[in-house]
Design a protein around this ligand. Sequence first.
Ligand SMILES: NC(=O)C1=CN([C@@H]2O[C@H](COP(=O)(O)OP(=O)(O)OC[C@H]3O[C@@H](n4cnc5c(N)ncnc54)[C@H](OP(=O)(O)O)[C@@H]3O)[C@@H](O)[C@H]2O)C=CC1
Ligand SMILES: N[C@@H](CC(=O)OP(=O)(O)O)C(=O)O
Length: 344
Amino acid sequence: MSVRVGLLGATGAVGQRFVQLLDDHPTFDIAAVTASPRSAGESYRDAAKWRVDTPIPEDIAEMTVRETDPDALPDDLDLLFSSLPSTVGAEIEPELCRAGYVVSSNSSNERMAEDVPLTIPEVNPDHLALIETQREERGWDGALVKNPNCSTITMTPTLAALDQFGLSRIHVATLQAVSGAGYSGVTSMEIIDNVLPHIGGEEAKMEAESRKLLGDVTDGELSLHDVDVAASCNRVPSLDGHLENVFAELEEDPSAAEVHEALEGLDAADLPSAPEQPIHVFDDPERPQPRLDRMRGKGMQISAGGLRETPDGIQYNCLAHNTIRGAAGASVLNGELLVEAGIV
Ligand SMILES: NC(=O)C1=CN([C@@H]2O[C@H](COP(=O)(O)OP(=O)(O)OC[C@H]3O[C@@H](n4cnc5c(N)ncnc54)[C@H](OP(=O)(O)O)[C@@H]3O)[C@@H](O)[C@H]2O)C=CC1
Ligand SMILES: N[C@@H](CC(=O)OP(=O)(O)O)C(=O)O
């Protein structure tokens, strides 16, 4: 089976990760690439300043970049992956869905909309049921599905695994890599020998998106999980890989060994890009570390470690590759879920 896909925002940092990840994908074939009007008409090789650590695929390099507009896309695309700036996504993604395209989007616009599935296949694949509500309410033939923010993706699968003990209150502090801010997002003068204790909007995203991901969809209606989440987000000078310190207050009182077993027991998704085991737990208290562990499971596995019983609950660390598991890889996984569900 071949699924013809288009990449929106293909020349950007996340767009390039899509190109890299889809290069040898078993079913997805890149049939169109788009970017801003500045790049449209150029070859992908000229338009994209290639910064990924594998060679640019020759067939994609030769493609002509199109405008990001329904009229500029071929009609026979089965699926679109979007990594547009969120202001651009907010304008263009609904137009594309109205025109009949199914869009798996990484951009933050509409992540919290009640009729838009925000999914991680190992956590809440059933939320795809919201597509029916979305199509009824918006009159779309296409569909819009989102993946969460990269810091949220790193933590939420661990919370899904701990939900069996009753999640009551979560505190999390993040140490986020510079690639999360994009190539020109943080200057070297700002970040070398430094830590920035503020990432605009990130804390509110982690607090809200995690409750949606852990929530329920019944009869096409969404209800949020009632766990309290409080986040503090920090930029640190690692290149890729967000590390997070989680303090979980639970209704029950599991031992560290029980938590270890629960984390490693989170069910895998049976999808081509999914890791065989979603979460790996280290016994070594010095792991996970961004440089050593971000590429586990081809950048798609989440690592945890430092499990510790405290008077208030369990403390642990978790880590994921922010532009693979946290961005392009997350959208690809959602695309595979859409194929499995027969929506694509
Ligand atoms: N899940 C997550 O947590 C993550 C999400 N993201 C999100 O992904 C998106 C992309 O991020 P990133 O790749 O770093 O951004 P970049 O700035 O590197 O790339 C943006 C892309 O969008 C294109 N673009 C810009 N303006 C327009 C326009 N007006 N019309 C059409 N296309 C346009 C650019 O084309 P051109 O080259 O021509 O300028 C480029 O292809 C953002 O929304 C970001 O927030 C990013 C990282 C992680
Ligand atoms: N804010 C994230 C990256 C990002 O773009 O997030 P979002 O997709 O929620 O805008 C980071 O800095 O690491």
